[in-house]
Design a binder for this molecule. Sequence first.
Ligand SMILES: NC(=O)C1=CN([C@@H]2O[C@H](COP(=O)(O)OP(=O)(O)OC[C@H]3O[C@@H](n4cnc5c(N)ncnc54)[C@H](O)[C@@H]3O)[C@@H](O)[C@H]2O)C=CC1
Ligand SMILES: O=C([O-])CC(=O)C(=O)O
Length: 344
Amino acid sequence: MQPSAEANQRIARISAHLHPSNFQMEEGSNLRRANCRAKGGAPGFKVAILGAAGGIGQPLSLLLKMNPLVSVLHLYDVVNAPGVTADVSHMDTGAVVRGFLGQPQLESALTGMDLVVIPAGVPRKPGMTRDDLFNINAGIVRTLCEGIAKCCPNAIVNLISNPVNSTVPIAAEVFKKAGTYDPKRLLGVTMLDVVRANTFVAEVLGLDPREVDVPVVGGHAGVTILPLLSQVKPPCSFTTEETEYLTNRIQNGGTEVVEAYAAAKFADACLRGLRGDAGIVECSFVASQVTELPFFASKVRLGRTGAEEIYQLGPLNEYERFGLEKAKKELEGSIQKGVSFIRK
Ligand SMILES: NC(=O)C1=CN([C@@H]2O[C@H](COP(=O)(O)OP(=O)(O)OC[C@H]3O[C@@H](n4cnc5c(N)ncnc54)[C@H](O)[C@@H]3O)[C@@H](O)[C@H]2O)C=CC1
Ligand SMILES: O=C([O-])CC(=O)C(=O)O
């Protein structure tokens, strides 16, 4: 028996998905791919991960493929994108996954995206600071943000690549140059500091970390990571030794382990904001007037247009006021370094 026309179309769609040439598709076959929407895919948001094949990118891709708010997931990297895409695309969840390999496919990866998450770039090796990554990652972030300005200027951008304290100002300068800058849409991911703080504080208090909320403000490196232990929920108090132990552990958590969970949690908060959910408040490194610095991490309310409200720091104790001065001093240099990289 001859397969029906409909069956033939289905077979064509499936092979378009499986064939390795899917990664170098041109105009005509893009049409076929556009038809290749999984039934469970809609409704939802279109999300791109740039640097999807890396240590953060791979588990982040997996976690976002499981997120019901995501209908289309674009995985872009300069290496290994086809293998990672094949792996992730087999998961039986709604989002349609497409892979993009190398600079020539960056624009296709970005076109039409609502949220772009950037974990692209080199990570630290033992003994390095996040700032030691500046020379390589600054250029990577610039190129990727030029693509965003061109192809999806209204997307929310979650910037993970370090040093976040400088890469966020770099992205802002690129968007300003392109005339697309909207400070509400550019968010540096500091969620990992909050996740760590919640976990370590819960350990000390003997609580479930899910019940603990620690605001972490400032930036995302060393002394710029400032946990506000006087504002922990549920209300509690710490001895001087506990405060010093917790502050140090939270500031240096990145040398223990890095993880994608926090990036996925933050992306999910941004998507819930985009959907219009009320009361989505998370810490993030954003353009800010909370201090005299142009960028600062603090609690922000996420909505349909990004960071719609930026909250003040609230009352600080003496230890935190001292920490804030140290954080601001280092942060000022990191921000300036990012700005100069583009303006030079
Ligand atoms: N903000 C945060 O909380 C965190 C930030 N990070 C930062 O995220 C970055 C990535 O870390 P890992 O995933 O551990 O590193 P990794 O080396 O495992 O992965 C980085 C990926 O980026 C890709 N890449 C490099 N240049 C690229 C380009 N021009 N375009 C697209 N992709 C490119 C690489 O091919 C690689 O797959 C580092 O800068 C790291 O410091 C990591 C963890 C947490
Ligand atoms: O520490 C690093 O290099 C990666 C990172 O930002 C973190 O884990 O907080």
